[in-house]
Design a protein around this ligand. Structure first.
Ligand SMILES: N[C@@H](CC(=O)c1ccccc1NC=O)C(=O)O
Ligand SMILES: [Zn+2]
Ligand SMILES: [Zn+2]
Length: 208
């Protein structure tokens, strides 16, 4: 039996967002009732809400925006790695021993329980040399259960810049609590939004 793991945060009013960023707001614009046959809503949200894919344009002024990113990057076998024992900067030593041959997508689990009710400013980030090492091993997509690859106070975005150099793809804000470590099929397509620096995704892992 194939097992499906929903690794997405629930988008909802009150969702914790990056400090200072736009709050998530779903507002009913038509309410079903006499003479109104349907419910319809309007959404206001940051492109980096919940589980999302960063487009290169987020961290590279000349980078591609979301509609131009190859959707195939977000579909296919992915290795879920245990990074819970790492320090504030996850290094190659934490991850490389767990890599497996032929894998091009790696998802880092840094939390026992990813916080979904509150914002954790102390989340684990990735050392840029880890990105270089993963690229050297053929990795094309890096996912994490934290809000960013770089620390919240970073102004240099070293990990994102390393990703840009290697033309890799990024998923952030995943929920990997319930997923066994190992290889599963990833399905996490970003919306085809012209000009967007990022998009929310419905991220799923399916047992292989
Ligand atoms: N780099 C973060 C997001 C980020 O930096 C951010 C997201 C929303 C509003 C402001 C942000 N950064 C401001 O310096 C990310 O990778 O999603
Ligand atoms: Zn992001
Ligand atoms: Zn990012």
């Amino acid at each position: 039996m194939t097992k499906i793991y929903d690794i997405s945060q629930t988008l909802r009013n009150g969702l914790p967002v990056w400090p200072g960023d736009t709050a998530f707001d779903l507002r009913r614009t038509w309410q079903m009732g006499p003479g109104v046959p349907v419910n319809v809503s309007a959404l206001t949200l940051s492109t980096h809400s919940g589980s999302h894919a960063d487009a290169p344009f987020h961290y590279d002024a000349g980078g591609a925006t979301m509609e131009a990113v190859d959707p195939g990057l977000y579909l296919g076998p992915a290795l879920v790695v245990d990074a819970r024992g790492a320090g504030r900067l996850i290094t190659a030593d934490d991850v490389l021993p767990q890599l497996q041959d032929g894998i091009v997508r790696v998802l880092l689990c840094t939390y026992q329980h990813a916080p979904q009710e509150n914002w954790d400013a102390q989340f684990k980030a990735l050392d840029a040399s880890l990105i270089d090492a993963l690229a050297g091993c053929g990795i094309r997509l890096i996912g994490t259960d934290t809000p960013s690859l770089d620390p919240q106070d970073s102004k240099t975005m070293d990990a994102h810049r390393a990703v840009a150099r290697h033309r890799m793809a990024i998923l952030e804000g995943l929920v990997l609590d319930a997923v066994p470590f190992g290889i599963h099929e990833l399905i996490a397509l970003p919306l085809k939004i012209a000009g967007a620096d990022s998009s929310p995704v419905r991220a799923i892992l399916r047992s292989l």
